[in-house]
Design a protein around this ligand. Structure first.
Ligand code: ZN
Ligand code: ZN
Length: 306
């Protein structure tokens, strides 16, 4: 008889870690799904105009992803080096970005030229199409985490193109080259912080919490009721916006004052990490009033906008 006992992590009545898929890469239809969800959320929302614009942008991202050329990828030596050092293979801050990412940007901008856009967005599309250097500078700032310094009008387009490039690289590599990192709060693919966490509602991942990358949309497993910023398991509180259905909660750590927004798919199965994060900005405002900070950004929300 097997008498082995196992320490159950806080809040975790889960299968042993080895039986849990630790990494879920984004599907091929990521941006099409996001566009659909954004349209659904936009109707009657206080941010209707912006969410509708982002739906168009997500559709353009899907087109760009579908026709994206094969970019250079890390070779096997680099893969094993990163694995043995517990480093992200496609680190946002240090990966040698291939100029091909700008082909993705051009594809996005060309598609948006034919769309009905607000005047300011149209101007920015035309500006970025003709000024490659501007886009490169903005991309460097996005990837270094200095969103505040990115011109607000350029941020969504440049972030959209970087997402397509990273999603494409991750999809081509597949899950195999990526290992768990020592730092559980950052993306094992690109080292970015998560914009939200998702508690899955069905299938093998039912009830498990995954953190969602703000850049490459990969999801990685992390046990529940634990701060994704400082690892603390003490003093974790949950907040919801009064009158909401509780499908979005802020998991806040009283030790470090950082919170992670959680989306519960068992309450609303259609929720999508980027779209629903933006549609629940009210929760971020509530947390800001309490003096709490988000763990990771949403690349479509300029920090200077609040
Ligand atoms: Zn990532
Ligand atoms: Zn903490």
């Amino acid at each position: 008889m097997n008498t082995e006992t196992r320490i159950v992590e806080p809040g975790q009545m889960e299968a042993p870690l080895a039986a849990i898929r630790f990494l879920l890469l984004p599907g091929r239809d990521l941006f099409a799904r996001r566009a659909e969800r954004l349209r659904h959320l936009a109707a009657g929302h206080p941010l209707e105009e912006y969410l509708t614009f982002l739906a168009l942008l997500a559709e353009a991202q899907q087109t760009a992803l579908d026709q994206f050329p094969a970019p250079p990828l890390p070779d096997p030596d680099e893969q094993s080096l990163c694995r043995s050092h517990g480093m992200p293979l496609l680190a946002a801050r240090s990966w040698r970005r291939d100029p091909v990412w700008r082909e993705g940007l051009a594809a996005i901008l060309h598609q948006l030229q034919d769309a009905v856009l607000p005047a300011a967005a149209r101007e920015t599309v035309n500006g970025l199409l003709h000024a490659g250097k501007t886009a490169v500078e903005a991309a460097n700032l996005v990837l270094s985490g200095d969103l505040q310094a990115v011109p607000p009008r350029e941020l969504p387009f440049v972030a959209a193109a970087l997402q397509v490039y990273w999603v494409r690289m991750a999809s081509l590599l597949g899950e195999q080259p990526f290992g768990r990192l020592e730092e559980v709060g950052v993306c094992p693919v690109c080292g970015s912080h998560p914009n939200v966490g998702i508690v899955h509602g069905k299938g093998a991942e039912q009830g498990l919490r995954y953190l969602c990358c703000s850049l490459c949309a990969s999801q990685w497993h992390m046990v529940r009721i634990k701060c994704s910023s400082c690892d603390s398991t003490r003093g974790i509180d949950y907040y919801i916006v009064e009158g909401s259905n509780g499908a979005a909660k802020a998991e806040c750590c009283e030790d470090c004052g950082i919170y992670l927004k959680l989306l519960y798919l068992e309450k609303e199965s259609e929720m999508e990490a980027m779209a629903d994060d933006l549609a629940t900005l009210g929760l971020d405002m509530l947390m800001a009033e309490k003096g709490k900070s988000r763990v990771g950004p949403n690349l479509f929300f300029h920090p200077g906008a609040v």
